[in-house]
Design a protein around this ligand. Sequence first.
Ligand SMILES: [Ca+2]
Ligand SMILES: [Ca+2]
Length: 334
Amino acid sequence: MFDQLGTPSYMAPELWADYEVEYNSSVDMWAVGVLTYLLLCGRRPFDHPNRAEKKRMIEKDPLQFPSPAWDKISSEAKDFCSSLMKKRPKDRMSASEAIKHPWIKKSSTVHAGNDGAQELLAHQAIFDSLEAYEHADDLCRLSLQVMAFSTPPDKVDELRTVFQRIDEDDSGTISKEEFMKAMTSHPELTNERLEHLFSSLDTQSKGEIDYSQFIAATLGSQQRLATGSSILAAFNTLDFDHDGFISQSDLQEAFSGQLDSAMIDKLLSHRDASGRVNFDSFRSSIVALLQESDHAEHAQSVIDALSPKQFTSRSKDRKLKEVQANYSSGSGSR
Ligand SMILES: [Ca+2]
Ligand SMILES: [Ca+2]
């Protein structure tokens, strides 16, 4: 990157150079430092109405913590700001170092309380969903990913907490070691079983489970999220031309031609004689997954809410709208 962009007060020294200088993401860490400083004391660290003087201060002046504004602020907080506002980019704290800084560690509640194993033990439904996901077919997994993708982040607080507790090093992914550690809560599972379970979650064979994958795999545990209307919405997303069937061309369109034919074959393993998957068989595979997650009662309510009787002799769009309206007005059989 070479472009000189930014709000002056938040611009790192290297961004003020009179000639083109290559910079990297450490300019963002400087900006985090400025923001933290501002939040702690209410003033910018290098502030002057004259732009040239501001530039000089940012490039040359040492960072100060003037009295009385900083008198009651801990030395750890000051060190956090200083480490982020190092003049030389290579001396500056990185994002991965910042989350391990004592000031952050001390105030963070992410790893307070239960560890990953205790969380999984306390949330049997989440564990059941993880187990069931291993047996789900590819289309079903894809649907859960679509559903997870369209779920607002604040609706998956419980799942995020479990993920964060398992992700002990805050890397944003669950390594095999972290996974195995969390699974010590279920000693009944053999090592071989755990290996299978892990590889079903590690869809890209990267040796780790990423956040969106974990949310997709555990969404079935959240009964208010895995509803008939969200299954219908996922179907609609994958049925790209909205003809009521998921076909090879739908999947090619939906993924901009990035899926190879072997993957499409796998996704459409339950296709009918004409090579397509209709809504009923799509819904059945997700309901089967919910049943396997030990949510038989919930699965039944999804079946009831999306009974094919509701669909006969009406246009598909109207059907979809009615089912969604049923759910949003609370008159669905949840
Ligand atoms: Ca991790
Ligand atoms: Ca279609």
